[in-house]
Design a protein around this ligand. Structure first.
Ligand code: PRX
Length: 658
């Protein structure tokens, strides 16, 4: 399959501003200066196996060392560090406690109504052992998939680590997804248990997580799920099903703190995390033990240039890959103090983030461009009220950042004093792939700059030929890397076709296609230009247009639907749906509201269309393919350019224009 021709990426003006690492920043950094970065790039390129093998031995603990670094004999199915035995929870907890870091704070948790918990490495280790034993008591065994549907409470991280400790892969489902979306994921992964909470606090409201789990499991609709472990958080009244449901506060505290970590094979599954693609239902991205651990660990260390006493805060939710790699596994594997925040900035508390930074003296702050744009809109007077001088480094992730927002972040939040790391990566890549290293790589506002050592990224055309400087093309990665996804759960063909066979092999080698367009400038810097497939990025959340279309069509008024993204100053993109109704159904404002609500119910509020437009017919080619290019132009109020000769019925376009 090829992206439709509308995805042709146009070149844009070059950004002239360059910010070099200051000599003092270079002196303090772990990777000092561009020469050291280049030496690492060279070392990784000339002997990748040696480079990754040395890193794995140095950075991780092994119960049994690996015999081979990489088996790429059956691409795109990679095997990293075969023969080795390790445990990710051991790497995140036990080894730090053994090295005397037991009293260091591992997690600072700031609850939405204002409570704070500081959990040391020793305490976290003990609690994770108790949770591990509790999971065993409710019947979870090595290899069983455990789903998490949690608010942002420390128990979410504890549950992930407990799963890792006993070798039960986890599948975290973002707490904002609906019970229907949860059910699909539970069934696809054949989850044996769900860990949830009675509810969570979100934007001054209570989210009824347990009720949603009950709805997902109703009448045996998820036959694999045998038990539900429930954290008490909001004290909301919830139903309780004895024999299936267990309260965390009843079953966990009575457990022993003795729980030897399972010795996991490198390629044993660590987790499955669902993400949207351009076709079909969300896919379960599979990550395995050692390669993922190494990648989360190394990238965290390199990019955030962690120092011993840093307090680090990533504002993501653990329901997304950013929360997995850069709230839980990356920071804890490095023995860093990681902050977890239950809230989100909201009109009733617009300074919430700055308050957390001031209160906990955060040194490293990692957030999404959407949040930065929203702060920018409400003006600098809000952050200016807070003491943000503890900040040393700022990061962004999830969507392209426009240079104005980048500059605002640098000037207003970083007081022109903090390097900005714009990190490009995906659920599939496990960790960051393209990003500046703060003590080495000069930054340009809006560019993710250069690939990390060992990542051979390029921009190519549909034939796999590298495009010239400043030409748009497909962003690819030419070699396997330790943190790469291993497969799509239950669908290895989809893994192969979506990522590794999407573009032609280059010099006979399969290349990984990320789904993004990009260009490189004269300095070789990467500028990510957004998705070139039917995936849209709304406030840094990745949504498949097909999923939203299926949700709309599942409503009995809707005959057909086509969903496209429309550029949005704040959210990056907004969701516009073109809908044709079943005969006899009338369009109305009320139906618009009903359909928006229907999508929220089917998927979750993040997928709720911003705009629904009714039409008698959708523009299609003679072979019946919806011409999204036309719809995208219409949604954005742009002129429809390019060839429309393949349209089956040209009147449709005139009608839509009206
Ligand atoms: O389009 C890219 C965009 O987010 C997509 C990955 O989404 P997801 O798997 O949900 O992971 C988000 C967090 C890593 C990418 O294909 N994206 C992510 N980071 C950037 C970005 N686009 C531009 N610049 C970034 N720094």
């Amino acid at each position: 399959m090829c992206p439709d021709s509308s995805s042709q990426i146009e070149t844009v003006l070059q950004e002239e501003r360059v910010f070099k690492p200051s000599p003092s920043a270079i002196a303090k950094s772990n990777i000092k200066g561009i020469e050291q970065y280049q030496q690492m790039v060279e070392a990784a390129k000339s002997d990748p196996e040696n480079f990754w093998g040395e890193a794995a031995l140095k950075e991780l603990h092994w119960f049994k060392p690996f015999q081979s670094v990489l088996d790429w004999s059956n691409p795109p199915f990679a095997k990293w560090f075969e023969g080795g035995k390790t445990n990710v929870a051991y790497n995140c907890l036990d080894r730090h406690v053994k090295q005397g870091l037991g009293n260091k704070v591992a997690i600072i948790w700031e609850g939405e109504p204002g409570e704070v918990r500081r959990i040391t490495y020793q305490e976290l280790f003990e609690e994770v052992c108790r949770v591990s034993n509790a999971l065993k008591e409710i019947g979870i065994r090595k290899g069983d998939l455990v789903a998490l549907y949690m608010p942002m409470v420390p128990e979410a991280a504890m549950a992930m680590l407990a799963c890792a400790r006993i070798g039960a892969p986890h599948s975290v489902v973002f707490g904002g997804f609906s019970s229907e979306a949860l059910r699909d994921r539970l069934n696809d992964g054949e989850a044996k248990a769900v860990i949830t909470a009675d509810g969570g606090f979100r934007k001054d409201k209570i989210v009824s997580l347990k009720n949603a789990v009950d709805a997902a499991l109703v009448d045996g609709s998820c036959p694999s799920v045998k038990s539900v472990l429930v954290v008490r958080r909001t004290c909301a009244d919830v139903s309780f099903f004895p024999g299936r449901d267990y309260w965390w506060h009843e079953i966990v505290p009575i457990q022993s703190i003795e729980c030897p970590p399972e010795h996991m094979d490198s390629e044993d599954r660590l987790f499955v995390l669902y993400t949207s693609g351009s076709t079909g239902k969300p896919k379960g991205v599979v990550h395995t033990t050692s390669g993922y651990n190494l990648w989360a660990h190394l990238t965290f260390k390199w990019i955030f240039d962690v120092q011993k006493d840093d307090v680090y805060w990533c504002t993501a939710d653990v329901g997304w890959i950013t929360g997995h790699s850069y709230i839980v596994y990356g920071p804890l594997s490095n023995g860093t103090t990681t902050v977890m925040y239950e809230g989100v900035p909201r009109p009733s508390n617009p300074g919430a983030f700055w308050d957390v930074i001031q209160k906990h003296k955060i040194n490293i702050f990692y957030t999404a461009p959407t949040a930065i744009r929203a702060f920018m809109k409400s003006g600098r007077s809000i952050p200016d009220k807070y003491d943000l001088t503890s900040l040393r480094l700022l990061g962004t992730v999830g969507e392209p950042i426009n240079p104005e927002a980048w500059m605002w972040y640098r000037e207003v939040i970083g007081a022109n004093n903090c390097p900005i790391v714009d990190t490009w990566w995906q659920t599939e890549t496990g960790g960051v792939m393209i990003s500046p290293l703060p003590g080495a790589v000069a930054t340009k506002p809006g560019s993710a700059t250069l690939p990390l050592p060992g990542i051979e990224a390029d921009v190519v055309n549909a034939d796999g030929d590298p495009v010239g400087a400043n030409q748009g093309g497909y962003l690819i990665v030419k070699r396997p890397w330790p943190g790469m996804m291993r497969t799509v759960h239950g669908n290895s063909q989809r893994f192969r076709e979506s990522y590794w066979e999407y573009l032609k092999p280059i010099n006979g080698n399969l290349v990984y296609f990320a789904g993004d367009g990009a260009r490189r400038d004269d300095d070789g810097y990467f500028w990510i230009m957004g998705r070139v497939d039917d995936v849209i990025n709304v406030s840094g959340h990745r949504l498949g247009t097909m999923e939203i279309e299926s949700a709309l069509v599942s409503h009995d008024s809707v005959a057909e639907a086509a969903v496209v993204g429309k550029p949005d100053d704040l959210k990056g993109e907004s969701v516009v749906a073109f809908v044709s109704l079943e005969s006899g159904k009338e369009s109305s404002d009320e139906l618009v509201a009903i359909l928006k609500e229907h999508v929220s119910k089917e998927i979750g509020a993040i997928a709720r269309p911003d705009d629904i437009r009714f039409t008698n017919a959708l523009p299609k080619t003679r072979s019946g393919k919806i011409m999204r290019r036309l719809l995208r132009a219409l949604a954005s109020g742009e002129e429809v350019k390019g060839d429309t000769s393949t349209l089956e019925d040209r009147n449709v376009l005139d009608e839509l224009r009206k």
